[in-house]
Design a protein around this ligand. Structure first.
Ligand code: UT7
Length: 396
């Protein structure tokens, strides 16, 4: 058994100054603040300056994280940069970041896993740290999605924003850090969220440019369906695998894509809203930057404290998904152990009780998911049918 544990010792975020509100978007495409807020929960997002790149934003977030951890770029052993909007297809943006941080001994990788990229990166960082191979790993999620969005497409332009968030994962001898994980991918749904025209599968001809093949295309409803399923399934799995129930979790940090996706997951899991970190109203969906931005805000505002247990859960292009339970160590000792009862009973008995508690919670949540699936299987065709009838009657 390894004596190395992963600890988040520093964090930092950056969002561009320019705020793009729903009202402003409504002057650009046929939409409204009311539609965007009710369908997504988003009110505004940040947009990078024309000459500001993903690497530029990553550098600022990373420098803030390094400063908080009390180390410099020279102390880093590894840099993992998650992004779907790199500065260039080649070289990797992670190398640009490594250079600008003077991280001369660090390896650098750019990780492309859509909006799940940061969670993939954090889980990967923990493997390097827990095996004792790395002392300090920088994990960054950063995106300049405003570059990839087709500003005439209301299906996508209302959702996305720019930003960067970073954490330093350092070696610690105090138990904590990564407790359980899920990494998933369903490449059969690759076309649900795709930039079709950039890469070796395509040639960027004038016709392709005309079709805007270099811009992001999304089948929103397919992604929505995937998201609601994996959000619940993966939280159930990571929490149960960590030997916990949702009641032992202090905060869930979901990918900030759509408040309706988060609400549905909340109802299925049986958790209260105050257990969910939500900041998409201010930043929109920043893809790989979404979880680190929310994590940084939760840490900065004291919403989570040392000793707390977090769940991070993401889904995105691929389609991919990732989730983990992460315990934030205190300076001195690990978070409070879960005590099922105050009676003076043996550890084995405590453990059995906890296992029963976890099994009961999982069964309850799975039953709620089955009821919710059955309701949706009836209601969605009904609403679609009713919408069709209304449209035919109104002659639109
Ligand atoms: O990180 C992963 C990234 N992606 C996601 O997480 C996306 C997941 N999907 C979603 O969040 C939702 O599917 C959207 C927010 C993208 C769309 O919401 P929806 O409730 O699925 O809307 P819809 O596509 O079913 O469209 C409903 C109606 C349509 O009109 P009709 O056919 O009912 O007349 C659309 O044309 O709303 C219309 N519509 C809009 N109206 C005003 C679609 N986009 C807009 C818009 N403003 N921006």
């Amino acid at each position: 058994m390894s004596n190395h544990y992963s600890k988040i010792t520093g964090w930092g975020m950056y969002v561009p100054e320019r705020v793009l509100t729903n009202h402003e978007l409504a002057t650009m495409v046929d939409t409204s603040d009311e539609w965007i807020v009710t369908r997504t929960g988003i009110r505004e997002r940040r947009i990078a300056a024309d000459d500001q790149t993903t690497a530029d934003m990553s550098v600022i977030a990373a420098q803030r994280a390094l400063e908080r951890a009390g180390i410099t770029g020279a102390d880093l052993d590894l840099i993992l940069l998650a992004t779907s909007t790199p500065d260039h297809l080649c070289p990797p943006t992670s190398s640009l970041l490594q250079d600008r941080l003077d991280a001369h001994k660090a390896g650098a990788m750019t990780l492309v896993a859509g909006c799940s990229g940061f969670a993939y990166g954090l889980i990967t960082a923990a493997q390097f740290v827990n095996t004792g191979m790395c002392q300090h790993v920088l994990v960054v999620g950063a995106e300049k999605l405003s570059y990839a969005v087709d500003w005439t497409d209301r299906n996508t332009n209302i959702l996305f924003g720019d930003g960067a968030g970073a954490v330093i994962v350092s070696q610690s001898d105090q138990p904590g850090g990564l407790q359980s994980m899920v990494l998933g991918s369903d490449g059969s749904q690759a076309d649900a969220l795709i930039v079709p025209g950039i890469g070796s599968a395509s040639t960027l001809t004038p016709e392709a440019l005309e079709r805007k093949d270099h811009k992001l295309r999304m089948d929103g409803q397919r992604v929505f369906k995937f998201a609601t399923r994996v959000m619940t399934d993966s939280v159930l799995k990571v929490v149960g695998d960590a030997g916990l129930t949702i009641h032992d979790i202090d905060l869930i940090i979901p990918h900030q894509a759509n408040e309706r996706i988060i609400d549905l997951a909340m109802r299925r899991l049986g958790v209260d809203r105050d257990k969910m970190m939500i900041n998409l109203d201010r930043y929109g969906n920043t893809s790989a930057a979404s979880i680190p931005l929310a994590l940084c805000e939760a840490l900065d505002t004291g919403r989570v404290q040392p000793g707390d247990r977090l769940v991070m859960v993401a889904f995105g292009a691929g389609l991919t998904n990732a989730a983990c339970v992460w315990e934030l160590q205190t300076e001195e000792a690990q978070g409070e152990p879960i005590l099922v009862t105050d009676w003076p009973v043996s550890d084995t008995f405590q453990q059995r009780l906890q296992e029963m508690r976890v099994a009961a919670w999982r069964a309850q949540a799975q039953a709620r998911v089955r009821v919710s699936d059955a309701t949706m299987a009836v209601m969605i065709p009904f609403y679609t049918f009713r919408k069709g009838v209304k449209k035919r009657l109104s002659g639109k």
